[in-house]
Design a protein around this ligand. Structure first.
Ligand SMILES: Nc1ncnc2c1ncn2[C@@H]1O[C@H](COP(=O)(O)OP(=O)(O)OP(=O)(O)O)[C@@H](O)[C@H]1O
Length: 229
């Protein structure tokens, strides 16, 4: 599903590489935590998977495609097969909860009738049934993140990429969000999540990949957070 072959990335005008000789494989259906101190390369790793950045050397394969050979005009179609969730939710503030989720389907040309049916289903799945007409500003942080997850999942992506999805949430709310991501993972969606949340990584006991100064220093199944920060 995902393969990094000897991937290094040095940003323009930087001396130190953000990623250095990273090789790994992630299989379909896995749940993977990406950990490491600030600046260790986690976001760079995720951006390479989305083809938002290109490696300086090495190759990245995602969903069977060599991203180095994927032409730019195919990138939007490629990204539609991935769902993304971020720390800061990134909802459209002037659209309702339902409109935020519907928008993800409108941009890919889904028929109206299908949208009308799917949006309430996915909002129920994330525990937001009854809040369809609220504006994002009228929701708690945890609820806003549930909307973001609904939006990411409504296309049934094969891969969900989450960059610190619990970074702005209190511990109890974070547990709810993790239960939801776990449920999504159980439907067969591969989940890759960058995080600084020690309690969550220790609780979930999933595969843990640790980066340090851009190098892969640990790859552990049923792992723990493993370092002090
Ligand atoms: N667009 C960029 N241009 C130049 N340097 C960058 C850019 N993005 C990241 N870097 C550098 O690359 C290194 C890795 O950064 P990255 O954002 O991948 O780390 P991270 O592990 O996600 O950190 P954090 O946990 O703080 O989000 C850092 O030294 C950072 O300063």
């Amino acid at each position: 599903m995902i393969r990094f072959d000897n991937v290094s990335k040095t940003y323009a005008r930087q001396k130190r590489p953000a990623l250095q000789n990273v090789s790994l494989e992630i299989e379909k259906g896995e749940f993977v935590f990406l950990v490491g101190t600030s600046g260790s390369g986690k976001s760079t790793f995720l951006r390479l998977m989305l083809k938002e950045e290109r490696p300086t050397t090495g190759s990245v394969h995602v969903l069977g495609k060599d991203l180095g050979r994927l032409s730019n005009w195919r990138v939007p179609h490629f990204r539609r097969q991935l769902g993304t969730v971020f720390q800061d939710f990134r909802l459209l503030p002037n659209k309702t909860v339902a409109q935020n989720v519907a928008f993800a389907l409108e941009v890919i040309g889904k028929p109206r009738a299908a949208i009308r049916k799917t949006v309430p289903e996915v909002l129920d799945l994330v525990g937001l049934g009854g809040k369809e007409e609220r504006m994002p500003g009228e929701l708690s942080g945890g609820e806003q993140q549930r909307v973001a997850i609904a939006r990411a999942f409504v296309n049934r992506p094969l891969l969900l990429i989450a960059d610190e999805p619990t970074g702005n949430l209190d511990p109890q709310t974070s547990v709810g969000i993790m239960k939801l991501l776990d449920r999504i993972n159980r439907t067969g969606t591969t989940v890759i999540m960058a995080t600084h949340d020690q309690a969550i990584v220790d609780q979930m006991r999933k595969r843990v990949i640790e980066l340090h100064h851009g190098q892969l220093v640990r790859d552990q199944s049923r792992g723990v957070y493993g370092y002090q920060h």
